[in-house]
Structures are given as C-alpha cells and as structure tokens.
Design a protein around this ligand. Structure first.
Ligand SMILES: Cc1cc2nc3c(=O)[nH]c(=O)nc-3n(C[C@H](O)[C@H](O)[C@H](O)COP(=O)(O)O)c2cc1C
Length: 306
C-alpha cells in the first residue's frame, strides 16, 4: 500500500490500457463486470494513456489484431497511443468514473513542457488519486538526447496540476537515473512498461515486425520487472509500483520481497479477465494470515502499513 500526499491509498492498480478509458473494461469484458466477476472497484483505475490532442496510432476498433497479438504467456502490442484526446476523456469518461465511484489515475503523454502545462491546467479541477506520466511507451519515438532531464522537466510541469504524480518507466530507459532525479517531484515510480520485442526475443521475428516489433507484456517480461524493482529499491527512496507479468500470488510475493509496495495488473485482464479480482482477494487473505507487514514511508513522509 502506498499513501499519497492527498490521502489516496493505492495497492492494486490496473495497468494503463487494461480496462480502457473509464474502468468499465473493453466491450467483451462487460458481461463479466455485470456478473461481478470483474469488479473495477477493487482497483485504482489507471486509464489508457491520453495525449493532448486525439492521436490515430495503430489501433482500429474493427481490426485490433493488427497491433495486438497473443504470444505464449503474454501479449505483444504496437497500439502506438491511439486515443481520442484529453478533452474527450474529461467530457465523456471522467463524469462516468465519478458516478461509479472509481479511484482514478489519468495516464498522460505530453510531448513537451508546454503540453505538460496544458494538461496540468485541464486536470487541476478534477478529483483524481494521481496523474501517471507515461514516460516509456515502447511504440513511440522518444527524445534520446537527455531523457532524464526531459522526463524531469515534464514531471515538474505536470506538478502544477496539484495532484500526486506517478512516473511510469521502461526497461529500455535509464530508469534508475530517472527515478533519482524525480525524488521530491513524483510520489511513486511505476516499473515497467511493455518491453521492446528485441530486448525479450532478440533476433526472433515479431508478429508485429511491420510496426517496429511492438512491446511485450505478461510472463515473458517477469525477469525484467524483477531486475528493475531490485535496482530501484536499492537506489531510490520513491515508493515503487511493480507491474509486468503479475499473474499469481507468487508474483506478488516475490515483488513485495523485492521492495514493491503496490502492484499493477495489465495483460492478465486481457488473457483471463476473471482472474485479477481473485488474485486481489487471495493476496488480502494471504496477508491476513501472515505477520504484520513492515511500515513503509513514501516521499511525502506519510507512513502506511502494507
Ligand atoms: C494492448 C495494450 C495496451 C497498452 N496501452 C498502454 C498505454 O496506453 N499506456 C501505458 O502506460 N501502458 C500501456 N500498456 C502497458 C501496460 O499498462 C503494462 O504496463 C504492461 O503491459 C506490463 O504489465 P502486464 O505484463 O501486467 O501487462 C499496454 C499494454 C497492452 C498489452
């Protein structure tokens, strides 16, 4: 459990993109939600990443398989930040999420400082648990010059929104240096985003080769996540949210032992949408059976029992 400076407590988050833009999930998941098997209320909902203006990306509703493919144990995607833009989300999705009483984190992708300020202005009046800066989408071009400084400048501009800030990093980035530069700016670091295909599978051809290879999530990235959490825990005081291939109680336990204090679940919603809520309940039951967990301190100096 991580407690933010605004009092919001997060323990289980949906990976951005897992339950769409408003926490209701994708259309094929609706029946599970109606039956109560998939219950978004048990999660902090991180909405699919939004850009300042609508962005076409690669996803077409009539042919999602063009940029999302199942692979053994996981998924490879090259969605490329397809989204209808922040204004649409504020108008259509935000009121619905408020009505549903969902604890909400908005994931954003500003191209530069100016865009980050524009986001901050739009998000300031809203009731949010946090803003998540997606600093690590594997399917868009990144500023390669000085990524640490670039992320910090954007994070500082987003702070003007007055909401706690989570920064989501990628395995292919200098994530330790990014996290260290964000102490006092962000309230949590989220590791990791989908991992570029070539880092996981080397020269093996990706089914999405024509879209640059795509980003891998699910089981194949488990070792990458563990390495990232260990390195972050050893080098920063920021609370760490772990995500990537979380499918089982064993995954949660290992990541907890490595120092993660909150968890995000993405691909499991796509592969087995009836599982995530069962996993949350299993973890809670498991914790009740265990001795009290250690106290953790977040960057805002608040303490919470995990
Ligand atoms: C189809 C798909 C779409 C995704 N869209 C986003 C996104 O918009 N923003 C983002 O930060 N991460 C996105 N992700 C990455 C997930 O949120 C998550 O960080 C990653 O898949 C690793 O976690 P997992 O193995 O539990 O899925 C997406 C993943 C998939 C499979």
């Amino acid at each position: 459990m991580i407690e933010f400076s605004n009092g919001a407590r997060v323990e289980f988050l949906t990976g951005s993109g897992a339950l769409g833009y408003d926490g209701r999930g994708w259309w094929w998941e609706y029946p599970l939600r109606w039956l109560g098997i998939l219950n978004p209320q048990e999660f902090t909902i991180v909405v699919k990443t939004l850009t300042l203006r609508p962005r076409k990306g690669n996803l077409r509703w009539y042919a999602p398989w063009r940029c999302v493919r199942l692979i053994p144990g996981g998924v490879v995607n090259a969605v490329g930040l397809t989204n209808p833009g922040i204004d649409w989300w504020i108008r259509v999705c935000y009121p619905r999420m408020q009505r549903m009483g969902l604890q909400t984190v908005v994931s954003v992708f500003p191209e530069n400082e100016e865009e980050a300020r524009a986001f901050a202005q739009k998000l300031r009046p809203l009731n949010l648990a946090a803003i998540e800066l997606n600093a690590s989408c594997p399917n868009v071009e990144h500023c390669e010059v000085d990524v640490v400084n670039h992320v910090r400048v954007i994070a500082c501009a987003l702070q003007e929104a007055g909401h706690p800030l989570i920064v989501k990093v990628g395995y292919d980035q200098p994530y330790v240096a990014i996290a260290q530069s964000l102490e006092g700016v962000a309230e949590a670091i989220h590791a990791i985003n989908a991992v570029p295909w070539h880092l996981v599978f080397g020269a093996k051809p990706s089914p999405l080769a024509r879209l640059g290879g795509g980003g891998v999530s699910g089981e194949p990235i488990r070792p990458f996540v563990r390495e990232a959490i260990r390195r972050l825990r050893d080098s920063t005081r920021l609370p760490v949210i772990a995500g990537g291939g979380i499918y089982t109680l064993q995954d949660l336990h290992e990541l907890w032992e490595l120092g993660a204090r909150a968890f995000s679940i993405g691909t499991l919603f796509l592969r087995a949408p009836w599982e995530p809520n069962r996993l949350v309940r299993a973890w809670r039951a498991y914790q009740v059976d265990e001795t009290p967990s250690p106290t953790v301190t977040n960057s805002a100096g608040k303490q919470s029992n995990g």
